[in-house]
Design a protein around this ligand. Structure first.
Ligand code: KG4
Ligand code: ZN
Length: 344
């Protein structure tokens, strides 16, 4: 129970700093009033990936300006905010701590409640911002840099993981394959761009898991690495666009097949895609084309809401508060890892 559960015009200011984006958003009753994202991509690109220490320092530099900008855009004052939400995990600990400390300070100064939010739950809740008609039960296809899972979402606050990755997450595989092809960080969007110029002509291994809903990306990633290394040892030129296209097709088909399999098993008629990889056009098309014959509707957030942002954190905070979740205390801690099921 919390004292805002039934409040009209529930206004939430959310902060996200789990990786390399410093973000703030203000949502009223689940609708965006103002948002700001400061990305560090250009900085980390120099190193081929996120350098945690540099990420934390840059969050410290930008967070105050990001919050002020989001507030300005919303047209509200700090006093109009009902609750401060913040990503408590999973993510880079030093980066999370910047957001959590700032949020605690703001909540204390304003005398407003604080709520710590699970980042991956936030990715799922990004769907509710633009698709208020999306109601459980539905299948959640969760694909980010650290997660690949299919889940049965029974209610907005309860889900059951039915399939997960045995090794690498899907986004991680995109990033590693991109690196082998000499593409800049972050690899996912670069693979997608390059794949448009190629054809899926290179055979990729198909993995069979004991649980048909589980994923494995390590075999697929290794197949690409071996293909590239073998060609380079023989002094042969490879067509990078064909490699990107073949890898991407194989990666997204596995996700699409599992999501549709679960929807049919559970007899649900909606699938929602969430996480950074949900921005991938080939994934969206693959899920839609496999779902369509069964009359299953596919939802995904617009691209800017797929990758890390604070609106999704506010959206999940809105779900939690409306369902009566307890607020967090000022002892709220940051966590590098969190369970999708139990750590809400
Ligand atoms: O959700 P996210 O922004 O951060 C985590 O919570 O992990 O996901 C980042 C991941 C990265 O691996 C990135 O390469 C991937 O999402 N990604 C994409 C695309 N945009 C981002 N993967 C494939 N295609 C894209 N367009
Ligand atoms: Zn994320």
């Amino acid at each position: 129970m919390n004292n805002l559960q039934n409040k009209e015009n529930l206004t939430i200011l959310a902060i996200e700093s789990s990786c390399d984006e410093t973000a703030c958003a203000i949502l009223r009753d689940g609708k965006i009033l103002g948002e700001c994202i400061s990305t560090q991509i250009e900085i980390h690109r120099l190193y081929g990936g996120v350098v945690p220490e540099i990420a934390s320092r840059n969050h410290v530099l930008s967070i105050d300006a990001v919050v002020k900008d989001a507030l300005n855009k919303s047209g509200l004052n700090k006093e109009d905010i009902d609750c401060i939400a913040v990503t408590k995990g999973a993510g880079l600990l030093g980066s999370l701590l910047v957001g959590v400390s700032y949020a605690k300070g703001l909540a204390f100064a304003l005398g407003k409640p604080l709520i710590g939010i699970n980042h991956i739950r936030g990715h799922i809740a990004a769907n509710y911002i633009e698709h208020p008609e999306l109601t459980p039960p539905y299948v959640g296809l969760i694909v980010s840099g650290g997660h690949s899972a299919v889940a049965l979402v029974n209610s907005k606050t309860h889900l059951e993981i039915k399939g997960t990755t045995a090794d690498d997450a899907c986004g991680e595989a995109f990033d590693k394959v991109a690196r082998v092809l000499g593409l800049p960080y972050p690899g996912g969007p670069e693979i997608e761009k390059l794949a448009k110029e190629g054809t899926p002509c290179i055979p990729m291994p198909k993995v069979k898991m004991k649980n048909p809903l589980d994923f494995s990306y390590s075999g697929l990633k290794t197949a690409v690495i071996n293909y590239v290394h073998n060609a380079s040892q023989k002094g042969e030129e490879i067509n990078k666009a064909d490699v990107a296209c073949s890898f991407q097709k194989s990666a997204v088909e596995m996700l699409a097949e599992h999501a549709v399999l679960l929807a049919n098993q559970e007899n649900v008629k909606s699938i929602a895609i969430a996480g950074g990889v949900a921005a991938n056009g080939a994934l969206r098309e693959a899920v839609e084309s496999k779902a369509e014959p069964f009359g299953i509707k596919v939802y995904y957030p617009s691209k800017r809401l797929c990758t890390d942002n604070a609106s999704m954190i506010a959206s999940e905070a809105y779900v939690q508060i409306r369902s009566g979740a307890e607020f967090s205390s000022l002892d709220l801690d940051a966590h590098a890892t969190l369970s999708l099921i139990t750590d809400c």
